[in-house]
Write a protein that binds this ligand. Structure first.
Ligand code: WTA
Length: 633
């Protein structure tokens, strides 16, 4: 493992932070020296947020998989790299060593080459949480192809949109996937998507189940047959530090999803440094992040971060409720997990279950707990701390984003102090600022405002695939010369940060970012719907849920069946995660004189804060509000 990058005391955190701000280039230079480079960079940083342009480790050459795998072959080749735990607890788990993973990745890299995939080609991966997903992504990185992983809960249309946006040449999937008691036909979902994807030339299908799979003879090949055609010797493609490593789509507050582009060198340095420091993982520890690799948390903190650091990382195929709500704790006991990193929505779900699900398992191997994806409320924090941490192990509450690539604000486990509901302190090299409504930096310590970052960090996304203008508009146009996060935050007298939630039209449901605009577009496609507006409202388990206000052509069509149909449209267009919890049929929506829906008012109604709706003087049609209020759900 990499050992020498760790901060060991609170004092050292403060001195390191100070150093990282005084001379960021020198600071990151020293960190980057700890990796395997084929050629050293000539310049550490070039940046200009007004263009925006950010480049790190310019001229540096490397391959991230040499850092994840090759560099460990001699020193710890027999150490377990990945522990895989299947959906069904009666199926065998797998332990894959660094040496074995290296071979598997090299072999599959040769399969990709054999199927005409070249450097910079885009490869879409739509797979469940099985080792082949990790192998496929690392094999892409090995040959310099750009992977675009689509979470295996998205619909055919959502896959097609993402494939077309970045013209992927290949799709890698499985015939079926397991999820709790269900079997889901992934290949069929892909076949539907591929009716509209002219750029796809090949589909590689891994057989996860024994079901018969319909194959297109001109397009589809089986994983197990392809790997027989190649050997496992592969020389890694030499990549420029600024060459793209992957695209990962995240919701936008308007229009189609944004393909965030992450590059090779800076991303590697940023995620590995934060992984080591936030979690303080040691050589024999077993680290488990429960996220799906389809999200950024899985990219950075299941695969790339832990492997670059030389740790043992766990991949779990199933769900927390199968075969019962004790599954997470059974896995902790079985694999002697030391580090457990999950999302508040999972914590709140488990909090509702009987404590006997925990008590029947020995979870005393746990040393560090983590939380990510949305603000963790006090009650969930206390439950996690007392029942899983037994009152005496650290919880790191890590704030970051798909766009930031790596953790930005968090305590360091057992090193810096924690404060429930606060994500606390910025990572070395990260320079957060709070902005007021006038767009100025708030200098006072004790304050609330919109969160921005005023200096580049190595793992930041460099652009939106094919749309640099949108990248500039979304992130660099709200505040002069700063990256805007879209989040609001509080800062206390110790300069600890607390994230209060999104301040734009993105709602975080069960830890998943959902832009309301694309869901509205889906709802509006229903032939009986004129128009709709969707907002978030607080939900006990999911954190937030979605509330839709829908205008129909004919009000007599309003029915509970129509609500089901509307949710079906959303499932088909985006995926079941974007379904509406509440649907209210309305006669009109509050609009400004320029025709914009005033979501601020609808948000208050959805949250049942109807006594003070704020200023409605700019509304074109204030009369609709009374009826909406009266019939609110
Ligand atoms: C929210 C997930 C509070 C935030 C890594 C951010 C959080 C969005 C936290 C990014 C946290 C993430 N406390 N809020 N610890 N972590 N968020 O892109 O609103 O899926 O902007 O990345 O999640 O979500 P994304």
């Amino acid at each position: 493992m990499i050992h020498n990058l760790k901060i060991n005391s609170e004092e050292e955190y403060y001195s390191t932070y100070k150093r990282s701000i005084e001379n960021p280039e020198l600071f990151w230079d020293e960190i980057a020296e700890n990796f395997l480079w084929q050629k050293k960079w000539t310049k550490t940083l070039e940046w200009d947020f007004t263009i925006p342009k950010v480049k790190w480790f310019i001229g540096g050459k490397l391959n991230i998989t040499e850092n994840c795998l090759d560099r460990y072959l001699n020193s710890q080749g027999d150490k377990t790299a990945i522990i895989w735990e299947p959906n069904n607890p009666n199926e065998f788990s797998k332990h894959i060593t660094y040496k074995e993973l290296h071979k598997l990745v090299c072999r599959f890299a040769n399969v990709l080459k054999n199927n005409n995939i070249k450097k910079r080609d885009r490869v879409c991966i739509y797979m469940p949480m099985i080792p082949e997903l990790a192998i496929a992504m690392l094999a892409c990185a090995r040959i310099g192809a750009i992977h675009s992983i689509v979470f295996a809960g998205f619909s055919s249309k959502a896959i097609a949109n993402r494939i077309n946006d970045s013209s992927c040449k290949m799709l890698i999937t499985t015939n079926e996937m397991y999820r709790g008691t269900k079997t889901i036909p992934l290949k069929e979902i892909c076949d539907e998507a591929l009716k509209d994807c002219p750029s796809i030339e090949k589909v590689i299908v891994f057989k996860r189940t024994n079901a018969i799979t319909i194959m297109d003879q001109n397009r589809d090949v089986f994983w197990h047959k392809e790997i027989e055609k190649v050997n496992d010797i592969n020389t890694a493609e030499i990549m420029d530090a600024e060459d793209e490593l992957f695209i990962l789509y995240t919701s936008g507050s308007t229009g189609k999803p944004k393909g965030m582009v992450h590059t090779t060198g800076g991303y590697m340095v940023g995620i590995t440094y934060t992984f080591l420091n936030v979690f303080q993982v040691l050589q024999d520890d077993i680290y488990w992040c429960t996220a799906d690799i389809g999200w950024i948390t899985g990219h950075s903190y299941i695969i790339y971060g832990p492997l670059c650091a030389g740790a043992t990382t766990v991949m779990f195929e199933g769900v927390p409720s199968y075969p019962d709500y004790g599954r997470f704790w059974q896995i902790v006991e079985k694999h002697k997990i030391t580090h457990f990193y999950t999302a508040p929505t999972a914590i709140r779900t488990l909090e509702k279950q009987s404590l006997s699900f925990i008590e029947t398992h020995d979870i005393s191997s746990l040393k560090v707990l983590g939380s990510v994806g949305e603000p963790i409320n006090e009650e969930a924090w206390q439950w996690y701390h007392n029942n899983i941490g037994k009152g005496n192990i650290p919880i790191v509450d890590t704030w970051w984003q798909t766009e930031t690539g790596a953790i930005m604000i968090s305590s360091l486990a057992g090193i810096t102090k924690e404060k429930p509901t606060y994500t606390t302190l910025p990572m070395p090299g990260v320079q957060p600022v709070l902005m007021n409504d006038e767009g100025n930096v708030i200098e006072e310590k004790n304050a609330e405002g919109r969160l921005a970052i005023k200096f580049p960090w190595p793992s930041m996304a460099r652009t939106i695939w094919g749309n640099h203008i949108r990248y500039k508009e979304v992130y660099f146009s709200t505040f002069n010369n700063k990256y805007f996060t879209g989040d609001g935050a509080l800062r206390d007298e110790n300069e600890y940060y607390r994230i209060t939630g999104r301040v734009d039209d993105i709602v975080i449901v069960s830890g998943h970012n959902l832009g309301t605009a694309p869901i509205e577009n889906a709802v509006n496609e229903h032939p009986k719907v004129v128009e709709s507006a969707i907002v978030g409202f607080p939900h006990e388990i999911k954190g937030n849920a979605l509330y839709g206000f829908v205008i129909l052509y004919q009000s007599e069509d309003a029915s509970s069946e129509l609500k089901v149909e509307i949710n079906k449209v959303i499932s088909t267009d985006i995926g079941p995660i974007a379904k509406l919890d509440k649907i209210q049929f309305v006669e009109g929506l509050p609009k400004t004189r320029s025709g914009k829906i005033m979501r601020r008012i609808l948000r208050k109604i959805a949250c049942n804060e109807i006594s003070n709706l704020g200023d409605i003087s700019t509304l074109l049609n204030p009369e609709v509000i009374e009826a909406i209020k009266e019939n609110s759900l």
